[in-house]
Design a protein around this ligand. Sequence first.
Ligand code: NAX
Ligand code: K
Length: 514
Amino acid sequence: MKIFSAAQLYEADKTTVEKQKITSADLMERAGTQIFQWLHQRLNGAPVPIHIFCGIGDNGGDGLVVGRLLIEHGYSVIVYVVNCSDKRSKNFLLNYDKIKNVTKNWPLLMKGEDDFPEINSEDIIVDAIFGIGLNRCPGGWVKKLIQYLNESKAFKLAVDIPSGLYSNAPLEDKEAVLKANHTLTFQAPKLAFFLPETAVFAPSFDVLDIGLDLEFLHNAEPLAQLISKPEAQRFYQTREKFGHKGTYGHALIVAGSYGKMGAAILSTTAAFRIGSGMVTAFVPKCGYNILQTAIPEAMVITDNEEAFLSDISFDFEPSAIGVGMGIGKNKATVEALKKLFTDSEIPFVIDADALNNISENKGLLKLLPKHSVLTPHPGELKRLIGEWKDDYDKLEKVKKFSEKHEVVVVIKGAYTITVYGDKLYINTTGNPGMATAGSGDALSGVITGLLSQGYDPLLASVFGVYMHGSAGDIASEQMGFEAVMAGDIIDNLGEAYLDLFAQTEPENESSEKN
Ligand SMILES: NC(=O)C1=CN([C@@H]2O[C@H](COP(=O)(O)OP(=O)(O)OC[C@H]3O[C@@H](n4cnc5c(N)ncnc54)[C@H](O)[C@@H]3O)[C@@H](O)[C@H]2O)[C@@H](O)CC1
Ligand SMILES: [K+]
């Protein structure tokens, strides 16, 4: 699924109206009707008070449509107009008139703090104050209203986007954004829903298809691509009936140091579980017995040093190399990395201490084979590219970094974002249970394992992140977030493959769950 900018959505809106020969009011009716249906399906006529706060633009217009339809269906509705400006949009005015046909209770005009209504915790708040047309940070009494609504324990449903959030620009004041419990967003999710500083305001959402012009949406270059099951299914490469272990490559995992041999075990196992034909672990001497005992399927080569890596030499040609998990920052290890990067022509997966060593010795970057995959968590990323002002600045910096060094960067987080040149791929699998030691080692093993099977570096990254998250989701469903350990994620990679093509109940036809 594609993520578009606000400007692109306005374009799509315009094109749709022209091509489908409808009015923009018809489109608003469609949008409002979808929101109404979502509520109606869940409330089923329940007499719960619904407070709808409408701005004076088209987002407010949507709110008025929802209000009208709810009233027509007998719900208990109070509509407020957040009257922050006289510049009411055409479709706001049209629907303002229409709502008067179905109720004697005209919308309440709010002009300041004195007009803030009492709201009980069992009530529902519908936020239709500002949509993607937000053009400045909410201030004055409107900001106070947003804060007042945020303090309420009532369920808060945002129309299109939580008010005060820009769809694809940095946050100005986090005190002036509605903290929605759920958002119903039109046609495509907004970039703000996936970035750490702004995602907290839209912790869950459904995408409502309002029938915008498909050709326009198909041809528009998106801000980012969202990776869910349909995309992952397309990435999957079928295993051949007559394949043998050599068909699926020979991955090399360069990992571990004294006290951190678990990192090598996790990455090696993950490379196997994602389907590598063969996996060799290269570890310091102290890891030999540990690895051979823990993973009999793996081959093991050791460094001359007992406790850390100093000379990474091997006598075969791996089809992919993952390096860095738990290797530490010994001077000799830096030299060993220099030699490894210089001697190899195949792209690497670079993780953990290999990233930290690169950050401290930037010359190493120039030695990296093109299309190597870097998998930093936020701390490692900061060491690599420096501080950023906000999430959008971070993405721009990573894009430049990726272009300059011709590498794939996997920014790990709640929504992991893979960056390649100016392209962004946002993952949708994963959960807080995966914030656990070794989860990153599992991911680097997964990506290395996919590379070894012939997935190209970008696909290996995007598909690997999806599969890793999916395995984590399956693990959490079985044991709850808290109990998940990295090994459980790896153990469920097989289930994640099965889940990829499992038959499921059809979803609600018009909405995509997230
Ligand atoms: N583009 C589309 O595809 C569709 C858009 N629709 C709705 O239209 C919305 C966009 O409508 P608009 O462009 O009218 O914009 P909004 O309704 O988001 O708000 C814009 C109005 O609020 C004012 N405003 C913005 N920021 C303010 C602030 N901080 N303080 C005070 N006033 C502020 C603006 O000057 C303008 O008058 C979408 O979010 C969606 O809800 C839907 O009706 C259907 C289709
Ligand atoms: K809104």
